[in-house]
Design a protein around this ligand. Structure first.
Ligand SMILES: C[S@@+](CC[C@H](N)C(=O)[O-])C[C@H]1O[C@@H](n2cnc3c(N)ncnc32)[C@H](O)[C@@H]1O
Length: 204
């Protein structure tokens, strides 16, 4: 996927379009993660969340993104700091699970994937999560139509709340439906509608 304003930021080691601090959900729930745990970040971008966890001492981290530019940047950052992050260029549709994870997270990605594909992927991710493992998902819902900058790509926006239904056998630790405003270089202030879910696997 080539979304120019992202790709531009991914080319720079000093610009972080989506911020260089971890997502607040990662820090809010970090007491649930263990640094020995296996972590997977889906559509990691330039890696703010995995870089944060690696700096905290996590060593069993896998991350992938469809963008070569994003992964090159993440590799430069992790090489410079000698962080143990196994990152690769891969699309969610091609990714094969080769181990069981303790934490699977995905921020701002699934709405760029056709609905049936992200739903199938979630089922596979659930099967490849250890008992007690955590999933964190943030994705846009269609309460607000996509803005012109992302409309051609936002093919899989959720219906508000449907994400939760996929986790009916899990313990829901947080489920949010909210709107927020954003501004990117070249894109004026606009609003998104989003869902966020934090859930724990409680049954095999
Ligand atoms: C809004 S950015 C979020 C990046 C990162 N998760 C963060 O929070 O900073 C969305 C990311 O999803 C990636 N992406 C989009 N479609 C994808 C797919 N099918 N497979 C893997 N990554 C994808 C994009 O390349 C981009 O890096």
């Amino acid at each position: 996927m080539e979304i120019s304003f992202w790709e531009k930021a991914f080319k720079s080691d000093t610009t972080f379009l989506f911020g260089s601090s971890p997502n607040k959900t990662v820090t809010d729930f970090e007491n649930l993660f263990n640094e020995k745990g296996a972590v997977l970040d889906i559509g990691c971008g330039d890696g703010k969340n995995v870089v944060y966890l690696a700096r905290q001492g996590f060593k069993n981290i896998d991350a992938f993104d469809i963008s070569e530019t994003a992964i090159e940047k993440l590799k430069r950052i992790s090489d410079n700091e000698k962080l143990e992050i196994n990152s690769q260029v891969k699309s969610l549709q091609e990714f094969n699970f080769e181990k069981q994870y303790d934490l699977v997270m995905s921020f701002g990605v699934y709405h760029f994937v056709p609905e049936q594909e992200w739903k199938n992927f979630i089922l596979k991710a659930q099967q490849n999560t250890k008992l007690g493992g955590i999933h964190i998902i943030q994705m846009f819902n269609d309460n607000i139509p996509p803005t012109s900058d992302i409309a051609p790509y936002a093919v899989g926006m959720a219906k508000d709340g449907e994400l939760k239904k996929l986790y009916k056998d899990w313990e829901i630790l947080q489920f949010l439906s909210y709107e927020f405003e954003e501004k990117h270089p070249g894109v004026s202030l606009h609003k998104h509608a989003s869902n966020k879910l934090v859930a724990r696997k409680i049954r095999k």
